[in-house]
Design a protein around this ligand. Structure first.
Ligand code: IVH
Length: 677
């Protein structure tokens, strides 16, 4: 394909992909299978690789992420990013309506006059606010709130959010800003926490924190993987072609933005109150969190007349929902043992309706909280559903306390295996140290071993593992490799085919590369990324086992907590035995020859910044080559940068900075030569 043909194809692919993106992420109405979509995107990316000069900053390929932002640039908002004043009661809202009417010179309570102020009610999305700046219909900058005057430029991360259009459709003004809320849908949040649980990481507290934490990440590819979403709700600009806010929302939708279908226009404050009442009950059915309703005067002229205070507009107000609270009886406290051995006390409650669901259980978190609340079995407790998933007990109704109640004694032994519990200094939770024999921990470890990012044994799901464990066939990950088909066949739901699949799946483990085996063996705190880094650095498990905690820290890949976790793991004889059995079976406990050959110390102590597009290798490959050869990658040029590895289409800013700091600029060919010498 020549350049002209490529240009046409890229253009067509771009618009086709963006239509599918829009249908999927904005309209919730996919019009193509994931497989076909991936094919289109792959074709685009490969054409862009062939003709890098044709890559547009608004190409759908930019949504995949990859750009690293070491430090977010601070930028001044064109219009200060104000917040809203809050209200918590019907009285507050009636007061707001009265002030609006007075501010407009209308008489409150005058039935005829009141109909001249219309209000738009919107959901108050619980995430982080973002200002999206468009020039000639293309997203050019996305800025966080910051202190309201200036915020962080998070454009690279925002581009990965598929509901944020990179290019607009229709008749838009040449420059404008639109503000909205970036949030994490609840199912995405739940999935992330499930994964964190698998590797023994503490769960993220709530979707709001998860969304804002994600937007601060340096690696936009990780942001892309986190499936954030964005609703817009406020347009700003010179001479906008609208008379009122509702019209602006409607038009924003036509230009390609995601606007909530629940925004409504009302004639008076009474209708507003009904809307609020409706959502106070219904909000729990939404697939994302809201923490209130925003009420805005619709008419732009009226907005102008009302103006702003120093902090917020006088033409809008937020109504915040009260966290719903109920009182119910605490029937019992039970204790759950997680996959990592962490103990969670759970309150078993007399079933009660709260936030649209029947609540039977609530988390009591840990021993300290139980002591602080002094909660006792038989007490009437106040339960609240806040931003967190599991309802919380926030207090005890002491007036209803029974005279014969006893203070709660926290358990001292594991409810699953009877082992004495431990609690590390500074840790909130007790844990069961019997990693090797405590059933939920054993099953959890095996599940982790078989999971997709670890050994990826498709034929070994959670249920099968539990079945095998209960039948006494496996007690640890090494036992899996002793399984015989004859042992499997008598098990329930285990037909010839599933048994064969399982045995084959286990055989295939021999091909899984070292870095994934290292992740799979389940060393606490060693997640997928850490395992990769360690594998590259130390190259084999034997080498890793030979390192002391201090030496591990010196490798620069891990901190104290992980280093200690690794040395503790290998100090345990039982772990060593399991590792030996896995070795005998033939799992890869070192980098492959190919991987090893790519390793050297040639780039030791050198720091590289990669910029632009390359012909022979992808940026990820180059980064890997640098790491394999002992060098370091960095996202921004500083005095510490040794080389700027420059491809085509490199940003002029970077070039200027490199020249100013005297950083050596090398090409892809020069880089290859460095490795050959
Ligand atoms: S309008 C000048 N509309 O709530 C008015 N804000 O303090 C700008 N929010 O900072 C805000 N949903 O982050 C508006 N439908 C909505 C909203 C909304 C959530 C957030 C936003 C704002 C905060 C209010």
């Amino acid at each position: 394909m020549n350049k002209e043909q490529a240009e046409i194809r890229i253009k067509n692919l771009t618009s086709e992909i963006e239509v599918h993106n829009h249908n999927y992420y904005v309209n919730d109405n996919p019009t193509i299978s994931d497989f076909e979509f991936d094919k289109l995107l792959e074709e685009l990316i490969s054409l862009e690789k062939q003709f890098p000069e044709l890559i547009s900053p608004t190409s759908p390929s930019q949504r995949v992420g990859g750009a690293i932002t070491k430090e977010f640039k601070s930028v001044k908002h064109t219009y200060p990013m104000l917040s809203l004043s809050n209200s918590y009661s019907v009285e507050d809202l009636i007061d707001f309506d009265r002030k609006v009417q007075e501010g407009l010179g209308l008489q409150a309570n005058d039935l005829f006059a009141s109909s001249t102020v219309k209000y738009v009610c919107e959901l108050k999305f619980d995430g982080l606010s973002i200002g999206l700046n468009y020039k000639n219909g293309e997203l050019f900058q996305a800025v966080t709130r910051g202190d309201g005057v200036q915020g962080d430029d998070v454009t690279a991360n925002a581009k990965t959010i598929k509901s944020i259009p990179l290019k607009l459709a229709g008749n838009f003004p040449p420059a404008f800003e639109i503000r909205g809320e970036i949030f994490m849908p609840r199912n995405v949040f739940d999935d992330i926490n499930k994964e964190r649980d698998e590797i023994g990481e503490a769960p993220l507290a709530n979707p709001r924190n998860a969304a804002s934490g994600t937007m601060k990440m340096q690696d936009s590819a990780v942001v892309a993987s986190r499936n954030l979403d964005c609703f817009v709700y406020y347009m700003l600009g010179e001479n906008l072609p609208f008379k009122n806010h509702f019209e602006s929302l409607h038009t924003a939708k036509e230009w390609g933005f995601k606007v909530s279908k629940h925004s409504k226009l009302f004639d008076n404050i009474n209708e507003v109150l009904e809307f609020i009442e409706h959502w106070d009950k219904e909000r729990f059915k939404l697939p994302f969190d809201i923490d209130g309703i925003v009420i805005k005067v619709n008419d732009y002229k009226q907005q102008l007349q009302l103006g702003f205070t120093a902090k917020s507009p006088r033409w809008a107000i937020a109504y915040k929902f009260k966290a719903e609270q109920v009182s119910t009886e605490l029937l019992d406290i039970t204790y759950q043992v997680g996959r990592t051995g962490a103990i969670t006390p759970v309150a078993n409650l007399k079933p009660v309706s709260l936030g649209g669901t029947t609540v039977k259980r609530a988390s009591l978190h840990n021993a300290d909280i139980i002591e602080k609340l002094d909660v006792r079995i038989g007490d009437f407790v106040f339960v609240e559903k806040g931003g967190e998933i599991i309802p919380k007990i926030i207090g005890v109704d002491l007036l209803k306390r029974k005279s014969d109640s006893h203070p709660t004694k926290y358990i001292t032994r594991c409810p699953e295996c009877g082992t004495l519990l431990k609690r590390d200094e500074g840790e909130a939770n007790h844990f069961c140290p019997n990693e090797m024999e405590c059933p939920p921990q054993v099953i959890g470890k095996i599940e982790h071993f078989a999971s997709r990012k670890a050994m990826n044994i498709d034929s070994l799901g959670g249920e099968t593992i539990e079945q095998l464990y209960k039948a006494g066939l496996i007690k640890n990950i090494a036992n899996l490799f002793d399984l015989k088909k004859e042992q499997l066949l008598p098990l329930e739901r285990m037909a010839e085919k599933s048994a064969n699949n399982l045995i084959e799946g286990l055989q295939a483990c021999k091909n899984v590369p070292f870095e994934r085996v290292l992740y799979a063996i389940g060393i606490r705190h060693v997640g997928e990324t850490t395992a990769k880094k360690i594998a590259k650095k130390v190259k084999s498990l034997d080498a890793l086992m030979g390192l002391t905690k201090e030496q591990l820290i010196e490798t620069d890949e891990v901190g104290g907590v992980i280093a200690e976790s690794i040395t503790d793991f290998f100090a345990d004889e039982k772990n060593k035995e399991i590792i030996n059995q896995l070795k005998d079976f033939g799992l890869k406990f070192e980098l492959s020859e190919e991987q090893q050959q790519a390793c050297s110390d040639k780039l030791k102590d050198l720091t590289f910044v990669i910029s632009g597009v390359f012909n022979k290798h992808s940026r990820d490959q180059l980064k890997e080559m640098i790491e394999f050869n002992g060098g370091k990658n960095s996202g921004s040029i500083s005095g510490k940068t040794s080389y700027l590895l420059a491809g085509d289409n490199m940003g002029p800013e970077k070039l200027k900075k490199a020249e100013k700091l005297g950083v050596k600029i090398i090409s892809e060919d020069d880089f290859e030569k460095m490795l050959l010498n």
